[in-house]
Design a protein around this ligand. Structure first.
Ligand code: B1M
Length: 233
């Protein structure tokens, strides 16, 4: 592309800018994504809208072409890296709401699974809603979850899985909690693209969360129930 053809992001209107950000995310252009995020912030977009409309929207297109064999792992990694660049700018804005601490959550991606963007997003949104979040990262065997629950004493255990081959591992964790007699000490929330409500019920989770916003709402609901049952006990 010649200099004359170069796209000046700040000269695009909102709609064209978001479209351009979809293309830039697709092409793994981290700096352009960061610039786009900053421009939308200057234009007074809500951080949550930038996250869901520009970043998650763009990643959905990447996901579809990955599925269809048009994009491959290296390209998707670049796209994920660009997305993380944008998320890093939004994180403090989503987190610093000054909300009082409403509970504590330990969250991690299950064993065999290295997808972490969705989990990170859930963590960020939970922090933004006033939860303390302990992030165990990716590829967690049951032992890491158990250790973290014992050490951190959270109200909520969150598990993420993005692969149909790794989602059954959530049941391994819950079954182990049952065996150890600690299942009912925690609210167990699960999420990830291949899951659904039925799966959540079948494995014995308290709730399946479709996205990060639902995770926050569900966590708040369950915390309220926990407090009410503690009062009436
Ligand atoms: Co992977 N991958 N990937 N991948 N990847 C998927 C998941 C896939 C659907 C792509 C496709 O085929 N369309 C497919 C899974 C197919 C299946 O199992 N049915 C797939 C595959 C096959 C693979 C590999 C096996 C590819 C290969 O090597 N041949 C491999 C597996 C590696 C492994 O884990 N062992 C692999 C690798 C990778 C990359 C490393 C390249 C990269 C991950 C980078 C990273 O995460 N750091 C990657 C990516 C980026 C994707 C896609 C394109 C995008 C995932 C994403 O970040 N979405 C994905 C396609 C897709 O999902 N459309 C795909 C954006 C994110 C915001 O959404 O993660 O759904 P999501 O999170 C949401 C909700 O699900 C929910 O809230 C989040 C925010 O709203 N949520 C929770 C998630 N976790 C939660 C936990 C909670 C609550 C809510 O707890 C309370």
């Amino acid at each position: 592309m010649s200099d004359e053809d170069e796209i000046i992001l700040s000269e695009l209107d909102d709609e064209d800018l978001v479209q351009q950000m979809f293309d830039d995310l697709y092409d793994g252009l981290k700096e352009e994504i960061e610039e786009g995020v900053n421009i939308l912030l200057e234009r007074k977009w809500e951080p949550y809208d930038i996250l869901t409309k520009a970043l998650v929207g763009g990643m959905t297109i990447v996901g579809a072409d990955f599925r269809d064999g048009i994009l491959f792992v290296p390209e998707v990694l670049l796209a994920a890296n660009a997305m993380k660049g944008g998320m890093a700018i939004l994180k403090p804005l989503l987190v610093e709401t000054g909300a009082p601490r409403v509970g504590k959550m330990v969250i991690g991606t299950v064993k065999g699974d290295i997808h972490d963007i969705g989990k990170n997003l859930v963590g960020m949104m939970m922090e933004g809603a006033g939860f303390e979040v302990v992030d165990l990262g990716i590829n967690n065997p049951v032992e890491s979850y158990l250790e973290a629950m014992e050490k951190e004493g959270p109200d909520i255990l969150g598990m993420s899985a993005l692969l149909t081959t790794t989602m059954p591992y959530m049941k391994v964790v819950i079954d182990t909690m049952i065996e150890q007699g600690i299942r009912d000490d925690y609210i167990v929330l699960v999420g990830g693209a291949p899951l659904n409500e039925e799966f959540g019920k079948a494995i014995g989770a308290d709730a399946y969360c479709r996205d990060a916003a639902v995770a926050v709402e569900t966590a708040k609901e369950w915390m309220a129930r926990k407090h009410n049952s503690a009062k009436s006990a």
